[in-house]
Design a protein around this ligand. Structure first.
Ligand SMILES: Cc1cc2nc3c(=O)[nH]c(=O)nc-3n(C[C@H](O)[C@H](O)[C@H](O)COP(=O)(O)OP(=O)(O)OC[C@H]3O[C@@H](n4cnc5c(N)ncnc54)[C@H](O)[C@@H]3O)c2cc1C
Length: 376
């Protein structure tokens, strides 16, 4: 019998596996539907670690993002020591720019609530913006600088987490799609695919946008619904690095990578499980990029891709156990911020699973918040 099964090998499943291993759980298996781990939303992401640009108010979600961001430097250092992989944590900060009157209103409001809450945010005039990033369009009106909104190379992060699993005997079973969770006497006893059954002590469901497709075999457990929200992305490539910082507007962002790629993202579309790229989506991303920097106009698109963000009904993560099934833990619905939230998600979940330690975030983001039915 496996001690612990993790369903889904994205950034969340892989991070939880690592943290549980570090806490002494040795018999961990990750089941992954695809031929490789880490090739879905986590691979598609832009890798921004942006609590200040992504949050709308000072609430538990903001603090969850902020705390996860704060542990990133240590997370990156530890992963490097453990695997030799540099996940390219870049702490140059993020600019949030205004090009229209509405944008100006939005950034002034953002500046006010963040400043009043004592956060690290600086107001910049157009001139100061262009001094910080000379390739930004002369049409910029003003901007904010978030020194504590960073970025990471998420594909290298996935590589590091996968390597950690390989080096530490965490089993990864690819091409293994869980269809049902097996339930007996008030407990989850395992999971099954079309051809195999896995019997386990505990399960972590980290299956991202596909979470609602996993069923219980005989009874229907009212699980919270997770929807896929498509994000298309493109990148350009320049020989000389044009930008140091992540550059954000209310319509999209540019993320400059160390290797000269500049990512432009992302669309936000309710298109079911369809990951196709669309001409209009790609054009939208190109136009956003040119609005930020007309210098990109002559460049060919280097790469195009898309991914499905896992989104709950209220847009917030779903974390922790269901009351009826205490050996089933859910870690999903990180929507636009799963890369940012992976280290803290892994930590609080592992603390709960191993030491029955509670975190206020397990309370705020509990699956119970969607409940109308209380017993099965
Ligand atoms: C375009 C785009 C840009 C983004 N940018 C950012 C960003 O800048 N910063 C940030 O923090 N976040 C960003 N995100 C969000 C982030 O990518 C997600 O929140 C995060 O990757 C979710 O991780 P996950 O492990 O839950 O999901 P996934 O990475 O999708 O992993 C889930 C895994 O579970 C597997 N699976 C599903 N069902 C089963 C099953 N039944 N059996 C076995 N395996 C199964 C899947 O194949 C998949 O590998 C972005 C997302 C997109 C799409």
């Amino acid at each position: 019998m496996n001690d612990l099964l993790i369903i889904g090998g994205g950034v969340i499943g892989l991070s939880v596996a690592r943290e549980l291993h570090k806490k002494g759980i040795k018999n961990i298996t990750i089941l992954e539907r695809e031929g490789e781990v880490g090739k879905e939303a986590s691979f598609a992401a832009a890798g921004m670690l942006a609590p200040h640009a992504e949050s709308q108010r000072t609430d538990d979600f903001f603090y969850f993002c902020h705390e996860s961001n704060e542990i990133y430097p240590n997370f990156a250092r530890e992963l490097f020591d453990e695997t030799g992989v540099d996940i390219e944590l870049n702490r140059e900060g993020t600019l949030y720019l205004a090009f229209t009157e509405n944008d100006s209103r939005e950034i002034r409001e953002r500046f006010e609530w963040q400043k009043n809450s004592g956060f690290s945010v600086e107001y910049l005039t157009a001139q100061e913006v262009r001094k910080a990033e000379p390739f930004v369009s002369p049409d910029v009106r003003e901007g904010l600088f978030f020194p504590r909104d960073w970025q990471v190379e998420n594909r290298r992060l996935l590589y590091a987490l996968q390597k950690f699993a390989e080096l530490n005997g965490i089993e990864i079973r690819t091409n293994t799609e869980v269809k049902n969770l097996l339930f007996e006497n008030g407990k989850i006893i395992g999971a099954e695919t079309d051809t195999e059954k896995f019997f386990v002590g505990k399960i972590v469901l980290a299956s991202g946008a596909w979470t609602s497709l996993v069923k219980l075999d005989t009874r229907v457990l009212p699980m919270p619904t997770v929807r896929p929200i498509r994000g298309q992305m493109i990148s350009f490539r320049t020989a000389k690095r044009l930008f140091a910082k992540v550059i954000y507007t209310p319509r999209g962002y540019l993320v400059p990578r160390a290797d000269g790629r500049i990512l432009s993202g992302a669309t936000v579309e309710d298109a079911g499980f369809n990951k196709s790229l669309t001409e209009s989506g790609i054009e939208f991303l190109r136009q956003n990029a040119l609005e930020i920097s007309p210098s990109l106009a002559g460049l060919e698109i280097f790469e195009k891709w898309s991914g499905l963000r896992p989104c709950a009904a209220d847009g917030f993560p779903i974390l922790g156990a269901l009351p009826e099934l205490e050996n089933l833990f859910i870690a999903t619905a990180h929507y636009r911020n799963g890369i940012l939230l992976a280290p803290l998600t892994a930590k609080i979940l592992a603390d709960k699973i191993v030491g029955d330690k509670n975190s206020k975030y397990l309370e705020s983001f509990s699956p119970r918040r969607f409940r109308t039915v209380t017993a099965i």
